[in-house]
Design a protein around this ligand. Structure first.
Ligand code: MG
Length: 374
């Protein structure tokens, strides 16, 4: 889709969503060569290659919103992805974005001011804020002519592997999915948390010896049983466990973490920077996702904070196009573990950005996010 079509689609969405406008008119230029940022957005539903099941739900699509910010002849791309369990919707994201007036800021370089302004507009709406943050970072990188990883001083050769996720399913489907991806990745992430955990792992082990990580998505109920399973998982070549118990059960999680032979990583229990202090001691590390953290600016603060507390850093994603996944991948050199496969799980990606080669993430070298249209 070219720019004209994007804007036309955005206008259509505004009408469909009952919003007065989702594209701000170009404000008069304030000085020669200077100009205001303009924001536009449109819903874009992501189609999953396979029905995706975790311990609490199944789905075949994920609602999303694509964002563009134009400034000085450049276009920054951003994206909001809204997996249903977080309570955000296309309507809530569009309603938030329609309140955002970037025209009040001189340039995308005022990232701190702009993100503080977005937080003043509402307490939640992290995916919508992430979309703006990602597009602003894209603009900043494009203006400076450098990829984001370079702007932050990260070594792209340290981007490392990403895991590829296998959802909970019947042994036949798990076998088929494992066969499909075993040769392409260096680590597989397995969703567990129902009473089929052992069967899931044994089925995968019929096909491959690849290292595994598991994500219980709060599915385990009994801490002692969970710990037994974790010891068994270690014997099966599992490297870490994500969110074993309900996020509220900090004391029980701390009990497991103290005794666990594997790192225990918080996912549902951590959204933003302000959530980390309470998790100290209860988890070995945190899974940072841009749709939770409200974007890259705060994600980088979360990495710094976690490091200062001696916690491990995982960078993950939701189901997203290569726009938000590539944004997350630019953080990969600073992470211990990456699970950035959202773009690989969909059939209607819009961009080419970070790619996986021999199981390792390869960051694009273009400025900003480094995205190209598919
Ligand atoms: Mg998770």
């Amino acid at each position: 889709m070219d720019r004209r079509e994007f804007i036309a689609a955005s206008a259509g969405v505004a009408i469909a969503a009952g919003l007065s406008s989702c594209r701000f008119p170009a404000a008069p230029k304030t000085k020669a060569g200077g100009g205001r940022m303009t924001l536009s957005f449109r819903p874009y539903e992501l189609t999953l290659a396979h029905t995706f099941t975790v311990s609490s739900y199944s789905r075949k699509t994920t609602p999303g919103v694509q964002v563009e910010i134009e400034w000085e002849g450049l276009t920054g791309h951003g994206e909001a992805s809204m997996p249903p369990y977080l309570g955000h919707t296309v309507e809530s994201v569009c309603a938030f974005l329609s309140k955002v007036d970037l025209g009040r800021f001189e340039s995308p370089f005022l990232l701190e001011d702009i993100m503080a302004y977005l937080d003043d507009l509402s307490d939640g709406d992290s995916p919508a804020k992430a979309a703006v943050d990602i597009a602003l970072h894209d603009l900043v990188g494009q203006t400076l002519g450098v990829p984001l990883y370079k702007m932050w001083g990260y070594n792209p050769a340290k981007a490392g592997p990403t895991s590829f996720t296998i959802g909970i399913d019947t042994p036949e489907v798990v076998r088929e999915k494992t066969r499909e991806c075993a040769g392409l990745y260096k680590v597989l992430k397995v969703k567990v948390g129902l009473d089929t955990d052992e069967q899931m792992i044994r089925t995968i082990r019929e096909i491959t010896d690849l290292p595994l990580v598991v994500d219980a998505n709060q599915g385990w109920k009994d801490r002692a049983k969970a710990l037994d399973v974790i010891f068994w998982l270690k014997e099966q070549g599992v490297q870490l466990v994500e969110q074993p118990l309900a996020k509220e059960r900090l004391d029980d999680t701390a009990w497991i973490t103290e005794r666990s032979p594997l790192p225990i990583i918080a996912d549902e229990a951590v959204q933003r920077l302000r959530d980390i202090p309470a998790l100290k001691g209860a988890y070995s590390g945190i899974n940072i996702k841009l749709m939770k953290s409200a974007g890259l600016l705060e994600a980088r603060k979360m990495i710094a904070y976690a490091r200062a507390e001696g916690m491990k850093v995982m960078v993950g994603c939701m189901t997203e196009t290569s726009c938000a996944c590539t944004a997350a991948a630019h953080l990969a050199p600073a992470a211990d573990f990456c699970d950035i496969d959202g773009n690989l799980l969909i059939t209607n990606d819009l961009y080419k950005g970070m790619i996986v080669r021999d199981g390792l993430m390869v960051l694009p070298e273009g400025p900003g996010l480094g995205l190209k249209n598919v």
